[in-house]
Design a binder for this molecule. Structure first.
Ligand code: F0G
Length: 456
């Protein structure tokens, strides 16, 4: 087989700025050792997130010019609505400015004290929106998904037995909906199988519960199903996406991922009354129902992006380029979540730096060193992001300590990825010099965005 190539050529380029190691040491110190607080211009390769960082196609840019900016009933809205309907099959398509706006609307209406929501794993903003409403968010990931070194095709699956026990324990009347995050971002970008979606749907149906998808990376999930699950090899990605959504009663979506745009999202649903309530809240917080929090041009770009994201040459390149980085790291003995996920490689910081205890944030230490070593920006997904405190102010650590290298869509070439691998490998060779960190400033919620640290 020949090399899998980037299925595009480059028409417009954006220079990246080189810095010296000495400069980066100073920049990092000034940023309180939190890469979220570094200026993007001081970053060489930015793997902080795959969200909103996609390169748009010439057709998307053409769509930007075609955008209809009418306040109500814009042409661009109907294009957007029809593109989203083609994939989700849902009756009501509500545009929002990004994923968390859809979550905020949905969980403000369905949440509240005494309510429970379950998922394979809630993403941090989703969990935060549930908890902010006073409700509880429960993760029910399959056991294999909790073991970074174990290979399994669908490590993002929800544990169906645990779901049934959960429903019995808290009572179905207290569960407004169950959510499947596809792919499972916080658990390593691992896919959920069609069989699992079907089984979860069965349980929901038996108990009269709604099933929603957190659909951010639906196309990547569908491609994994095509590659790995019996019976899907000869189906198109679009057909697989349609089947995934057919089991759900609705979805929240960050178009900043698999709609290949820089901003946007949606809330889709089928229930008339819930849709009415969501639209009312949308008008208060986001905007009129035919634009949500978006400009007409953004809706155009999403509609076009949804056509492009289900292209199988694109997905083959996308999944392969992530896997390529993962293979390079595994070849150097670096512990990562296996197999590589769809949008990112996740370093297992517990095994990378076993000498740093969890309360000294091994993931944060690696993230800082990757920046110093090569100007690569990654993100900690561990006890900085998910840690909590008990009544004695002691850290309750996260289940896993991970460092995520998220790959923006259509942005970096193979040599950029080779460079990243070199930086990670260099950091790994010198891992015994890594030091722990302590937090010197933090906020009560979503502290990882603004926390400041001090090396120990
Ligand atoms: N759900 C998942 C699974 C996500 O990964 C994200 C965002 C959201 C919801 C929220 O969407 O950012 O548009 O409000 N994830 C980004 C990331 C931020 O870096 O993984 P949003």
């Amino acid at each position: 087989m020949k090399t899998i190539i980037e299925p595009f050529k480059i028409k417009s380029v954006e220079p990246i700025r080189f810095t010296t190691k000495e400069e980066r040491i100073k920049i990092l110190e000034e940023a309180g050792y939190n890469p979220f607080l570094i200026r993007a211009d001081d970053v060489l390769i930015d793997l902080l997130t795959d969200s909103g960082t996609s390169a748009m196609s010439s057709d998307q840019w053409a769509g930007i010019m075609r955008g209809d900016e009418s306040y109500a009933g814009a042409k661009s809205f109907y294009k957007f609505e029809s593109a989203v309907k083609k994939i989700t099959g849902d009756k009501f398509i509500i545009p929002t400015h990004q994923g968390r706006a859809a979550e905020k609307i949905l969980f403000s209406i369905l949440g509240g004290p005494g309510k429970y929501f379950a998922s394979n794993t809630f993403f941090d903003t989703t969990r935060a929106n549930i908890e902010f409403s006073g409700a509880e968010a429960v993760d029910l990931l399959v056991e294999v998904g909790k073991h970074p070194e174990q290979r399994s095709p669908f490590k993002g699956n929800l544990d169906v037995e645990a779901l049934e026990a959960f429903i019995k324990k808290v009572g179905k009347e207290n569960i407004p909906l169950i959510m499947l995050t596809v792919t499972n971002n916080s658990g390593g970008g691992q896919p959920v199988s069609m069989q699992n979606i079907r089984e979860v749907k069965e349980v929901c149906k038996k108990n009269d519960l709604h099933l929603f998808l957190d659909a951010c990376r639906f196309a990547e999930n569908a491609y994994f199903i095509k590659m790995r699950e019996d019976g899907y090899k000869n189906k198109s990605v679009l057909e697989i996406c349609q089947e995934m959504f057919s089991y759900a009663d609705g979805s929240t979506m960050s178009a900043k991922k698999d709609a290949l745009v820089n901003i946007g999202g949606w809330l889709s649903l089928n229930d008339d009354e819930l849709a009415m309530k969501c639209r009312n809240l949308l008008i208060v917080t986001e905007g009129f129902p035919t634009y949500g929090g978006l400009a007409g041009r953004d809706l155009e770009a999403i509609a076009q992006g949804l056509e492009e994201v289900v292209d199988e040459h694109y997905l083959q390149y996308r999944i392969r380029s992530t896997e390529y980085l993962g293979e390079k790291m595994l070849g150097a003995g670096i512990p990562i979540i296996e197999p590589p996920g769809g949008h990112a490689i996740y370093i297992d910081a517990k095994r990378f730096a076993p000498h740093i205890p969890q309360h000294q944030y091994p993931g944060q230490s690696i993230v800082c060193q990757l920046y110093i070593e090569g100007g690569v920006r990654a993100v900690e997904i561990g006890s900085v992001m998910f840690g909590k405190y008990d009544n004695d102010e002691q850290l309750i650590p996260a289940m896993m300590e991970l460092v995520r290298l998220a790959i923006p869509r259509r942005v970096y070439t193979q040599s950029h990825i080779d460079y990243v691998a070199e930086v990670v490998i260099e950091t790994y060779k010198n891992r015994n010099n890594l030091k722990g960190y302590e937090i010197i400033y933090e906020t009560p919620m979503l502290r990882h965005f603004t926390a400041k640290f001090k090396p120990i």
